[in-house]
Design a protein around this ligand. Sequence first.
Ligand code: NAD
Ligand code: IPM
Ligand code: MN
Length: 365
Amino acid sequence: MKAHIVTLPGDGVGPEVTAAAVAVLHAVAEHFGHEFTFEEHAIGGCAIDAHGEPLPKASLEACKKADAVLLGAVGGPKWSDPNAPVRPEQGLLALRAALGVYANLRPLQVHPALARLSPLKEEKLKHVDVLFVRELTGGAYFGAKTRTADTATDECKYTVAEIERVTRRAFDLARQRRRHVTSVDKANVLETSRLWRSTVQRIAAEYPDVKLEHQLVDSMAMLLLTQPGRYDVVVTENLFGDILTDEAAALAGSLGLLPSASLGDGFNGLYEPIHGSAPDIAGQNVANPTGAILSVALLLRHSLELEEEANAVEAAIDEVLRDGPHTRDIGGTAGTAEVQAAVLTALEEHASNSAAFFSGARACG
Ligand code: NAD
Ligand code: IPM
Ligand code: MN
């Protein structure tokens, strides 16, 4: 198949992990006989420096036309002055809103070879397989903001329609998994959470085959550490989802491991690792590219409907996490480029075992 992919490497380690992810896409195209074209654009701090704004019009227009968008990370100390008139993160938020990608899928699995790195006891990590569905285009991130000399406000607003669509997405995904949804809110305090809870409850009636439970976010933060194996799909609002998924990454062993897919109603999606620009390690070739490469697997699955290719990428990552090489964050000494090379080798092997493997001879008859 032909697909046009826009890449937005961004700031800090963004370009390093995006380069690894793009190399994997090139290899998938070669092994499976696809034609992927790439177009790189600016976002974040580097876009502020070069164009005066974090999401230049040309970047946004290209993303809207693409089949999928692959992003590295934005932000960093250079642009983090609290009084700065414009911030890199505004570019990412504007992009999510403009693409209408309201459902942010963040899968968490714990690789057995890395369980020893987690702060939790290994036996707690058996059977951990959670899919977070984070609402991505509403809530406090997008409400009105005010600021005076001694007061600041961030409005947190949700509409029924916003809650309904992300809830349906979560229940649809649960039907492909273990049919269990946990909805996380703060309904004992927040009005938005009370609307969230009653809306989720009503939509759940359309899915009698899926079990629903509600959990308050503070106790959820604790339960994620004490009983991570009991969760299947976790659906929650924007800010709670941001926080809980970084916590979840600690179970996996590193923030550098988790991918994400941000989806709307069409096929075009935004794919990015859940970590940030990691300024403390940027430019040193030590960033873990796993989250970015697993985001490529999600891109293949959700935007291009190439399930076999997605599985091959995941199998390659699985093998490298098992056998190494490993970057520093997961206890190794390898660089980003070395891990990338190992993934490409493993991918070639898994691709050739796959039914969709592209054979020039076969294609030429
Ligand atoms: P961060 O995720 O950048 O880093 C937190 C810690 O995790 C650091 O110690 C870092 O070295 C480590 N880490 C992150 N990614 C890693 C990787 N791939 N391999 C190895 N270690 C990794 O979070 P932060 O320091 O709170 O934020 C830094 C900047 O990134 C901020 O400006 C923030 O707004 C931005 N940010 C951007 C995104 C995004 O673009 N999607 C996401 C989160 C944070
Ligand atoms: C993430 C990030 C972003 C968020 C920031 C950079 C705006 O932390 O993707 O998790 O909070 O959504
Ligand atoms: Mn985050």
